[in-house]
Structure formats: structure tokens, C-alpha cells
Design a protein around this ligand. Structure first.
Ligand SMILES: *Cc1c(COP(=O)(O)O)cnc(C)c1O
Length: 234
């Protein structure tokens, strides 16, 4: 396997992930078109983003502003949709709204007003997902389920922002299907109040089938496409 080019490696990963998504859709009685694959390219170089784009991927996800902004600049010619999926500090918002089409990690009101203000200044419209904490670990980000309706209302009412829907990461040590079933109910309530907000961002390399079974519209997949990331020390 050592002679495989990076392109072949990524093509193989993508084919495998596509097969898993198709199988999950079949099992759930859904069509492949209902699900968007967001390729999570964090820690991997812009050259990998380029290869993914050549292989047909249109959506990429990043979780750190410094890395993401540089990569988005290098790949500006590709016309990709950039998803910001990491915890977001307000002092990074001005930079993030310049390249991000979708921010998946909106979990507090201060972030809503900051994103709106900077989006207007930049002359852009940013789609926002309310990140829901499905466990009680605040370190992992996300709003408590009880705070989600107010956050969704705030996003919908803020100039420069569009409410896309909700996002979550399955808690460690819990059955992901159960967690995603809970998210599905929260998503339903948000959609009832805001009919256009139909995005459910859930599912990663290890739990994408459970996410598809529970109505996910966006899967955020890194490892299964690009390989295991080197441990990252913050
Ligand atoms: C890194 C990351 C992913 C991708 O996880 P994999 O297990 O590598 O597929 C998805 N969502 C978020 C929020 C992430 O930070």
C-alpha cells in the first residue's frame, strides 16, 4: 500500500464513506440526496482539500479559525462551501464570517450578536446552526436543550444571519442512536417554529449510520476520508 498516491488514498476513503452513507440511507428509507457530506479537513493540508474537490466533494469543515482562513484563501478558486464546526470565540468571529458559509457551533447569545454584526459589516449572509449539548459537559460546547428555542429565535431575528437548523456531537460513552434521537426531537421543535430551518448536522466517522437513521441532513466526516489525525496539543 505504500505506493498509493494521496489521491488514490482519499478516493478509496471517499468511496468507502459513500458506500456507508448509501447503505444507511437505504436502511432508513431515505435517498442519498437528502444527506450532505461535509469533509472535515482539519489538520490536513489545502492540497487534500483540492483532491477532495476534484473527487466531487463540495462541502468542507474546519474547526480552528487560523488554519481554516488560510486554507479557504488557498482554495478560493474551488467554489467550495466552508463549514465552521469548532468552538468559536467572539474575537475570531470577524475572521470566520469572511470565509464561512455555515457556522455549526452557535451556542450562546453573545455569539449570535457578534456573528450578525460582523456578517453585516462584511456584506455576507452566514447560515447558523444552533449547537446542542446532548450531555452535561460544557467543555465540549453546545447550548442546553432548554436554551435552544431562544437561540434559534435570536438567530432568525438577526440581520446578516440565516437560521439553518441544529448541530450536535454524540456524547462519549452513550449510545449515539439514543443521543441522535433526542436531537431529532429538538430539531423538530426548531423546525416547527422556523419552517426553513431543516438542517440537522450530526454524525461523524464512527456514528454516521445512526445519524442518518435519526434524520441527519449533514454528516461531518474526517478520519474515514483522510485518515487518523495526529494528536493535536492545544
Ligand atoms: C473533528 C470533528 C469531526 C470529524 O470527526 P471524525 O471522527 O474525524 O470523522 C466532526 N465534528 C466535529 C465538531 C469535529 O470537531
Amino acid at each position: 500500500m505504500t505506493n498509493r498516491t494521496r489521491r488514490e488514498e482519499i478516493a478509496a476513503g471517499l468511496a468507502e464513506v459513500e458506500e456507508r452513507i448509501e447503505e444507511a440511507c437505504r436502511a432508513a428509507g431515505r435517498t442519498r440526496e437528502e444527506v450532505t457530506l461535509v469533509a472535515v479537513t482539519k489538520t490536513y493540508p489545502a492540497s487534500d482539500v483540492r483532491l477532495l474537490a476534484e473527487l466531487g466533494v463540495r462541502d468542507v469543515g474546519e474547526n480552528r479559525d487560523q488554519e481554516a482562513s488560510a486554507k479557504a484563501r488557498e482554495c478560493a478558486d474551488l467554489g467550495l462551501a466552508w463549514h465552521f464546526i469548532g468552538q468559536l470565540q467572539t474575537n475570531k468571529v470577524r475572521s470566520v464570517v469572511r470565509y464561512a458559509d455555515v457556522v455549526h457551533s452557535v451556542d450562546r447569545l453573545r455569539l449570535v450578536s457578534a456573528l450578525g454584526g460582523e456578517a453585516v459589516r462584511a456584506g455576507r449572509e452566514v447560515t447558523c446552526l444552533v449547537q446542542v449539548a446532548l450531555d452535561d459537559d460544557p467543555a465540549r460546547g453546545g447550548a442546553r436543550p432548554g436554551d435552544v428555542p431562544a437561540l434559534a429565535d435570536a438567530v432568525a431575528a438577526t440581520e446578516g444571519l440565516r437560521l439553518g437548523g441544529v448541530m450536535a456531537v454524540a456524547p462519549l460513552g452513550e449510545e449515539p442512536g439514543r443521543a441522535f434521537a433526542g436531537l431529532r426531537e429538538i430539531a423538530r421543535a426548531v423546525r416547527e417554529a422556523h419552517p426553513g430551518a431543516d438542517v440537522v448536522s450530526a454524525g461523524m466517522s464512527g456514528d454516521l449510520s445512526e445519524a442518518v437513521a435519526n434524520g441527519a441532513t449533514h454528516l461531518r466526516v474526517g478520519t474515514a476520508l483522510l485518515g487518523r489525525r495526529k494528536p493535536f496539543v492545544r
